[in-house]
Design a protein around this ligand. Structure first.
Ligand code: AMP
Ligand code: GLY
Length: 447
């Protein structure tokens, strides 16, 4: 069968997904990315489609007209707004959870209550819809403390506050009329993204992807404002003792199994969770155990870029993993930690960002990638780019990621940095006025 696949989204995550699918062993007729970016345009057999993805009917019409066999949703907003419900109603195959399940990401109050009701480990919390009560509660708490806006906020809904004064100011900023916030205990530890592929129709119900550490803050050593992610490394615990890694894996497996059992037996049990389920975890320095910071109903960005290069270098067909046809679905698959016998290597992902990111990134300048080595161990995934006047024009705060693979972690890190350092920025599309102050990256990814 010649497959037609549609990927919704325009970031590095969607570029990485379209790239790995273009390498599938299956007969792929066409991969469409809606709307895509300059990177997706350059991949073999991948086509960008101009369409407003918030217009779900238009997306559905495209899928029907073009006889799409499988649609994969990259970002959270269409899922939270119910695109999977619409596709399922029209008997179209879509990989991404329905609106009810997407609340795990779309509402912090829903997800914290879900965790608490089901005995899942997470920071102690309380919800508020009244700022006076929230402030009185803060007077009784130890600092630092974390304030979270209930709904989606594109990475801007969480404040970590060092003082009561800051925390009260954050309440004023985040708590809007008729809205809610969560105030929760600050957890100290190491963050880990553990992403699962959950396919209720497949023989094995969930597949653990490679553990990845995402570097969330803008600047080195966890300083500066929170961002969508400035880089990633696979197997962040590779230096731990094997027994400790196994124990951690057992704890994380317990979390995913308990989560899926709870959600699949809830009020929407007629349809089960179908899609990626991302556990944002904090491995606590107090007891070395994982605590859930958040659920996401999608793959991470830049985690996807990191993981897709790792899968490709280990000859894994991504369409097998999402259970496109069950006979090829791997039976026993857990890439979470290093299995010496089967899979190997490390990927390092470094984000190139535009000056001013995340608050007010500069746009409409150009970058030159001609200095990058074109090898099969280095891969660029674009995010905020488009082709204009024959050059790569910057259209968003996270411009692209440089991803490098090696059997050695340090070599993967070195290779990513050697290449990202060669990218140049220009004021003009003729690439004559060099202005490298327009771009930056964190220098400590992988450490
Ligand atoms: P969230 O959207 O809930 O994952 O929060 C965004 C980021 O804020 C996380 O990736 C963490 O870096 C940080 N964060 C969230 N909750 C906590 C917490 N309870 N303790 C410490 N850091 C947190
Ligand atoms: N990199 C974090 C996220 O995708 O939510």
């Amino acid at each position: 069968m010649n497959l037609k696949i549609l990927i919704i989204g325009s970031g590095g995550r969607e570029h990485a997904l379209s790239w790995i699918i273009s390498k599938s062993n299956r007969q792929i007729e066409k991969i469409y990315v809606m709307p895509g970016n300059a990177g997706t345009l350059s991949e073999r057999n991948v086509f960008n489609i101009e369409c407003d993805i918030s217009n779900h009917q238009a997306v559905l019409d495209f899928a029907i007209t073009n006889k799409i066999d499988l649609t994969i949703v990259g970002p959270e907003v269409p899922l939270v707004e119910g695109i999977s419900d619409l596709f399922e109603k029209n008997n179209l195959n879509i990989f991404g959870p329905k609106k009810y399940f997407a609340q795990l990401e779309g509402s912090k109050v829903f997800s914290k209550n879900f965790m608490s009701n089901n005995g899942l480990p997470t920071a102690e919390y309380k919800e508020f819809n009244n700022s006076q009560n929230a402030k009185a509660y803060l007077d009784t708490k130890k600092m630092p403390i974390v304030i979270k806006y209930d709904g989606l906020a594109a990475g801007k809904g969480v404040d970590i506050c060092e003082s009561v004064i800051d925390a009260k100011e954050s309440v004023d900023n985040l708590l809007k009329p008729n809205d809610k916030i969560i105030i929760e205990e600050f957890l100290k530890g190491i963050e880990l993204s553990a992403i699962y592929i959950c396919n209720p129709n497949a023989s094995k119900k969930n597949i653990g992807l490679t553990w990845v550490k995402d570097y969330k803050s803008r600047d080195e050593y966890n300083s500066g404002p929170n961002t969508g992610g400035m880089g990633a490394i696979t197997h962040p615990f590779c230096s731990y003792k094997k027994n400790d890694i196994y124990s951690l894996n057992v704890e994380i497996e317990k979390i995913i199994i308990k989560t899926l059992v709870a959600i699949n037996s809830g009020s929407e049990s007629a349809s089960k969770y179908n899609g990626f389920l991302y556990l944002g975890l904090m491995i606590s320095t107090l007891d070395d155990k994982p605590y859930i910071l958040e659920y996401n109903c999608r793959m991470g960005d830049p985690e996807t870029q990191n993981i897709m290069l790792y899968l490709e270098k280990n000859n894994i067909d991504f369409l097998d993993l999402i259970g496109f046809d069950n006979e090829k679905y791997p039976d026993n698959f857990n890439l979470s930690f290093i299995d010496d016998n089967k899979y190997s290597g490390f990927c390092c992902t470094v984000v190139l960002a535009a000056k001013g990111y995340p608050d007010s990134p500069v746009k409409d300048f150009y970058i030159d990638l001609s200095g990058i080595k074109d090898t099969d161990t280095v891969k660029i995934f674009h995010a905020g780019t488009k082709i204009s006047k024959g050059a790569i024009k910057v259209t968003g705060g996270r411009i692209l990621t440089v991803n490098a693979f090696s059997e050695s972690k340090q070599e993967a890190i070195d290779l990513a940095y050697e290449n990202i350092s060669k990218i140049k920025a220009f004021n003009d599309s003729d690439l004559k006025t060099e202005n490298n102050e327009l771009i930056f990256f964190r220098t400590d990814i992988g450490s």
